[in-house]
Write a protein that binds this ligand. Structure first.
Ligand code: ACO
Length: 428
């Protein structure tokens, strides 16, 4: 498509190139705007309207509630695929053959040992440390233990860096739980699948046989798939931005972990369960909490509701809601908070405030309740999200480097003092 957009300014007209993406998303190319207008910039806090890159990895349409990884709808992947296969798809662009999948699994296992010295860093944390802070630090520390620079243009180097990080990240994530609980660390078991291995490292006790419930493993696998990528969200944009300075992969991912931690982003899954518990303790009057969320003078927001992009429904939330019902039922877990969540959802969806603002439950609204049914502590929920999101972050980092994207460096509009002269301290 080669149409142009026109912008009138100071009685002169600037022509801007327009383009279109695979799914008919139209855009105006602002890259030459400043030079064509003699210094005018576009101002868009929070990037509500700004595309930061072109990407072939994930498509989402917030109005229609569509999410696809590499063209495959999330509903099909959640039903028919598995997390390792989805990781391969995100990284390589195509679904693997059986041989490719087996080799990918082997490669992850080949590199999943973490230097024993990393445990010394872990031991320095208090057990009260939030697991996301610990995970971010340990991920960054991997750089020190794997100092050989990788060539981002070499597919072999990038493959090795990706499988190294995938294998080790699951170990580190499980160790954050062990640290919090004061339990001895577990090590990877190459006989197990990726998700089983991760689960075992989190929960196996040295003095007991360990059995895994296939219901739990299947549901966990599905949750990881649903979290695996979500185009240019806050943490992914962080990973791309940090990496755009040619910072290494592990350090960039560590920054992504920190971004994900925030309660407006991945940290919402912890915040949702804490909110539901509070509502329960308060007597379960959901309308009272819906009213609080609507009150401009009250800082409270309905956690797990609303999304920057989804203005219809979050397709992941739909799948997770059904999964929450099924999993809790199969496990025989009765969680009063699930009933409160459903009542809260109904009350909000019938309320004009939420309807007008197109606020729907997001991916985090029900996921925490499933994690809790698995016995995963609340503070660990965002770590679970991070393990799921890792292949997305890595794929996006690789794409950014392979596309030779320039260093990310937004501009600003300065609103501080105009020039003024320095005043000596004795005269202030
Ligand atoms: N509860 C109450 N009101 C809300 C909520 C909410 N959860 N979310 C948005 N609103 C209101 C805002 O107050 C605003 O109202 P106004 O127009 O009267 O000022 C309007 O809806 C638009 O909200 P914004 O904050 O401008 O929307 P934005 O796109 O910037 O924020 C966000 C999106 C951060 C997700 C927001 O909806 C929110 O804080 N939700 C709760 C936290 C959460 O669940 N985060 C997880 C998101 S999914 C993920 O990152 C994995």
């Amino acid at each position: 498509m080669s149409s142009k957009a026109k912008f009138s300014y100071n009685s002169s007209e600037v022509e801007l190139e327009m383009g279109v993406g695979t799914m008919d998303e139209k855009y105006v190319d602002f890259s030459q705007f400043r030079s064509q207008t003699n210094g005018v910039i576009s101002l868009d806090p929070g990037y509500k309207n700004t595309g930061s890159c072109e990407s072939e990895i994930t498509f989402l349409d917030g109005e229609k509630g569509i999410l696809m990884y590499r063209g495959y709808p999330i509903e099909q992947l959640a039903e028919k695929s598995n997390f390792v296969e989805v990781m391969y798809l995100l990284l390589k662009g195509e679904l693997p053959t059986a041989d490719q999948l087996a080799a990918f699994n082997d490669d992850i296992k080949e590199y999943d040992m973490v230097s024993e010295d990393v445990t010394k860093i872990l031991s320095a944390f208090p057990s009260s440390a939030h697991p996301m802070g610990v995970l971010s630090t340990l991920t960054s520390a991997l750089t020190a233990f794997n100092p050989k620079a990788v060539n981002a243009k070499s597919p072999e180097d990038m493959h090795r860096a990706a499988v190294t990080l995938i294998g080790k990240f699951a170990v580190l994530a499980s160790w954050t739980l062990r640290k919090m609980k004061g339990l001895p660390l577990n090590y990877p078991d190459s006989k197990l699948d990726f998700v089983e291995n991760f689960y075992q490292m989190m929960f196996k006790r040295p003095n007991r046989d360990f059995e895994m419930d296939p219901i739990v493993i299947n549901a966990l696998d599905k949750l990881l798939i649903l979290h695996a990528d979500h185009e240019q969200n806050c943490s992914t944009s962080t990973v791309r931005l940090v990496g755009s300075a040619h910072t290494g992969l592990f350090a960039s991912i560590s920054a992504g972990v920190s971004a994900l931690w925030g309660p407006l982003h991945g940290g919402a899954n912890q915040a949702v369960v804490e909110m539901l518990d509070k509502i329960k303790e308060d007597g379960g009057d959901v309308q009272k909490w819906v009213n609080k969320a609507k009150d401009r003078n009250d800082e409270f927001r309905l956690m797990g509701f609303g999304h920057r992009v989804y203005k219809n429904f979050d397709p992941r939330a739909k799948i997770i809601k059904t999964a929450a019902d099924q999993v809790l039922d199969k496990l025989g877990v009765h969680d009063e908070s699930l009933e409160i969540a459903k009542k809260l959802e109904r009350a909000a969806l019938e309320d004009d405030y939420f309807v007008e603002r197109k606020l729907y439950p997001n991916v985090d609204f029900y996921s925490g309740l499933i994690y809790r049914a698995f016995g995963i502590p609340t503070e660990m929920f965002t770590v679970m999200f991070a393990v799921g999101r890792l292949p997305g972050w890595i794929s996006q980092w690789i794409e950014m480097r392979q596309n030779n994207e320039p260093i990310g460096r937004p501009r600003q509009i300065y609103t501080g003092h105009p020039k003024r002269d320095f005043v000596d301290i004795s005269d202030r």
